[in-house]
Design a protein around this ligand. Sequence first.
Ligand code: ADP
Ligand code: MG
Length: 324
Amino acid sequence: DATVAQIAAGEVVERPASVVKELVENSLDAGASSVDVTVASGGTDRVVVADDGRGMTGEDLERAVRQHTTSKLGDASDLDGVATLGFRGEALYTIGSVSRMTVTTRPRDAGDSGWRLTVDHGETGDLQPAGRPAGTTVEVTDLFAETPARRKYLKRDATEFAHVNRAVTRYALANPGVAVSLTHDGREVFATTGTGDVRDAALAVYGREVAQSLREVEASPEGSVERVHGYVSDPETTRATREYLATFVNGRSVRDAVLREAVLDGYGGQLANDRYPFAVLFVDCEGVDANVHPRKMEVRFEAEDRVKRAVEGAVRDALLDSGL
Ligand code: ADP
Ligand code: MG
């Protein structure tokens, strides 16, 4: 029932950035080589995510917007291995229950036509033929139009956009082989080129000064931490916010105090007070507790001390290697 769906939707869709996150994850899961995110008024007016992924048949599309339907294997406890990222088979359904969502798609192989379907606050329209190149575009407008209590919790556009920007930035950094672009109110904020090199992605999202200050991190510690790799900025290239510490555990973006402290400790007192470096750091690791809410991007490590030492050591070595 629509009301239940709208209440449940709060678990997945809290703000425009959550819509962006779910849609971008679907695009990445669909094997896209380009993902273009366009938002208006911080995403509160409009979110569009277009990809060149494998697309859907008309039948797939009708199924995709229904509850608990997923074409993907795995479940929420699968943080370690699986490539699929999203909340299990709920995202399109819940987004469609709290907005006006139009999906236009065309499968990569088979079929010469595409399809369009609109879900308006839980009411699914008729499947229509629609032309487009292979891939999928999802447009979301009128977010929370029928749930004023939720709409009221949205912050001003600049704040909502900051959340969107942060999310898309992390996907761009974590997927350097995918060309990811972000456009806000008609202005291109960044566009990565999808070369596969994290440094190129960092150049696109953070600019030349930061990209040139990045030192490569590469370590293969013993035990449960298999690999720590990525880039950290030299101690002079810092900002007054920790938002530039992008950390990924087994390919998934996480915000984690243990990792953050470990990165900062790796600088061994070289950072000015209340300044944060740039980091794009991937930790490949066993013993990650995935028993957390998928929206929160949190993890727990079984061997927390070991992870901390591994990351701190890897960052320290990277800074030493570059002669600092
Ligand atoms: P989940 O991602 O957990 O499977 P979603 O509700 O996000 O659930 O998506 C439902 C299904 O719709 C997916 O399993 C996939 O088959 C299909 N789908 C969604 N977005 C895309 C896309 N961008 N390209 C291709 N298929 C998609
Ligand atoms: Mg999904």
